[in-house]
Design a protein. Structure first.
Length: 98
């Protein structure tokens, strides 16, 4: 069973790496944020599988902490993106008036 959990964790890490190559090529900020979320989710899954295989409870704490940080990063990205989108029309109007 331990070998299966390690193999599943390695598979998750491999799939995240393949997914990141495709998602990171996206042209916009949203695609890059999705790449970061994919990395975070895959890392959480791999850490949980490694923790279950090794029996080390500290790995579960690290995975839960990473999950919280990932959620806060998403919130910060949305707030940043909204602020940038609100500034953009004002900048365009200012350039056209000159």
């Amino acid at each position: 069973m331990v070998d299966f959990l390690y193999s599943a964790a390695a598979f998750v890490v491999l799939m995240v790496a393949i997914g990141l190559v495709r998602v990171a090529r996206g042209p916009g900020r949203a695609e890059r944020m999705m790449a970061a979320q994919l990395l975070g989710t895959g890392a959480i899954g791999a850490l949980l599988l490694f923790g279950a295989a090794s029996g080390d409870m500290a790995v579960f704490d690290v995975a839960l902490t990473l999950a919280l940080l990932s959620a806060f990063a998403s919130i910060a990205f949305v707030k940043f993106a909204l602020r940038q989108d609100q500034k953009q029309p004002e900048d365009e109007a200012g350039e056209g008036a000159q």
